[in-house]
Design a protein around this ligand. Structure first.
Ligand code: EPU
Length: 428
């Protein structure tokens, strides 16, 4: 065991081997909440957002809005934002470093103030994560862009309508473009957009604000407005949190009822789970039940943009494949470095070999508890699932990653019968 002095983050202590049983309510979607909170910058009127998950990334976004001058009031899962008194156009380095999605502030700030000074987001543990596609739309819309002392300085006098085809399908790139162009009354066309449900939730919000956005295939036609209105909106459920509990239920040999989700957002995940042998019973549009069987079948998974299999579920399914009866193949097509959980799963006894973008996973009979490290949000979730099914004790370190994107994870798992304890690092 390593010395405790070098760790600052809490860790999770998991006693494996307990099947998950019971019911769990899925929280609001992190990746839908973040752009919707940023969209409040587009209007001077009050915005009320419901089903907001209590997460580190949400807190960082609210801090950023506060820093810009917005008034933010929150009450359990409701957040009320008023950006009339906006006084700053700067997203400082310490905030952007804490949360890459801070780049979503660029489109709204440009639209509202004509200027955005945003610390350059570097790469992160899962890849280089360029934002060139965001900037190309901004430039076409008339923005001048320069880099000064590590900051992107974007200026625009008047937003020009745009005809643009994305060279790469990008989620936050599409969101930034939609938010900027929603403030332009003339007709813009964006092609090759991303279609994730979180984007559709933002489109609904922009519609409530007064923009007209028509989507046909991967093409969006936008007719915005110079006077966007306030809105009231309840965020969609988190499909990745749902998928994570679904996998955990199946691999633990459990029986879990998942409530408050959107079955229609989970198509590819349900398909793969069924292919692996899980019983997935759809009770209605917002409820499903996942039961485990003894033999897990191997899978062939290839991540892609929605409606394909989500990269955000790749790590969790790798745990499932690690316990399958046979050899699975997992290809990661979205991010170039999203296999960092492999090394940690190997420490728990998984048999995984990575060749380029593909991981070959030979199923083993059991995983063993070990001390492992979180490297990113979804990698952490995979380690927690592995800990739930492993023999003995697992310690998952650096769980601030988990806190960024899973609301009360250990509490929810405990309510399903898991033995999961959060421990402050210094006590270990
Ligand atoms: N890309 C470019 N240029 C760009 C933008 C993207 O080359 O201008 C590349 C990226 O490097 C990557 C690919 O395109 O290889 C897709 O990246 P995308 O822009 O779609 O990712 P993102 O918008 O930064 C969002 C989610 C991620 C999720 C991805 C893919 C948010 C806040 N984040 O990121 O969520 O993995 O889409 O679905 O919505 C997570 O929740 O754990 C998470 C990482």
């Amino acid at each position: 065991m390593k010395s405790i002095t070098s760790y600052t983050s809490d860790y999770l202590l998991i006693e494996g081997g307990k099947p998950l049983r019971g019911a769990v309510k899925i929280s609001g979607s992190k990746n839908a909440t973040l752009p919707i909170l940023m969209a409040t910058i587009l209007t001077r009127e009050e915005c009320q957002i419901g089903n907001v998950p209590q997460l580190l990334d949400v807190r960082t976004t609210l801090e950023l809005l506060n820093h810009l001058g917005a008034r933010v009031v929150s009450d359990s899962s409701w957040v009320c934002v008023e950006t009339a008194p906006l006084r700053s156009h700067t997203a400082p380095d310490h905030m952007v470093r804490r949360m890459r999605a801070s780049v979503l502030v660029m489109g709204p700030l440009l639209a509202r103030l004509g200027r955005a000074l945003v610390s350059m987001p570097g790469g992160c543990s899962i890849g280089v994560r360029s934002i060139d596609q965001h900037l190309k739309v901004f430039e076409k819309a008339g923005a001048s862009i320069s880099i000064r002392h590590g900051y992107l300085d974007l200026n625009i006098r008047k937003i020009k309508p745009v005809e643009h085809t994305f060279e790469v399908i990008t989620v936050t790139g599409t969101e930034n473009a939609l938010m900027l162009l929603s403030a332009c009354p003339k007709r813009s066309v964006l092609r090759n957009i991303a279609l994730e449900p979180e984007i559709m939730d933002l489109v609904e919000v922009l519609g409530k604000m007064g923009a007209q956005i028509d989507i046909d295939g991967r093409t969006a036609v936008i007719r915005g407005s110079e006077e966007l209105a306030g809105f009231k909106h309840s965020v969609i459920p988190d499909r990745i949190e749902a998928g994570t509990f679904m996998v955990a239920s199946y691999v633990s040999g459990g029986d879990v009822l998942l409530e408050n989700l959107r079955v229609d957002h989970l198509g590819s995940v349900i398909e793969k789970l069924r292919e692996a042998g899980a019983e997935v019973e759809i009770l209605d549009l917002s409820t499903l039940r996942v039961r485990g069987k003894t033999t897990i079948k191997p899978l062939s998974i290839s991540t892609s943009e929605y409606p394909g299999f989500p990269t955000d579920m790749q790590a969790q399914f790798m745990v499932l494949c690690s316990l399958a009866d046979g050899v699975s193949e997992i290809t990661e097509n979205i991010f170039e470095n999203r296999f960092q959980h492999v090394g940690e799963l190997q420490r728990m006894g998984a048999d995984i070999h990575v060749r380029g973008r593909t991981a070959i996973v030979r199923g083993v009979k059991r995983l063993e508890g070990a001390e492992v490290y979180s490297t990113d949000l979804r990698a952490s979730a995979s380690l927690v699932i592995a800990g739930l099914v492993a023999d003995g004790q697992t310690i998952v370190r650096d769980i601030y990653h988990l806190d960024r994107g899973y609301e009360r994870l250990e509490e929810k798992l405990r309510s399903l019968g898991a033995s999961v304890e959060r421990c402050p690092s210094r006590e270990y």
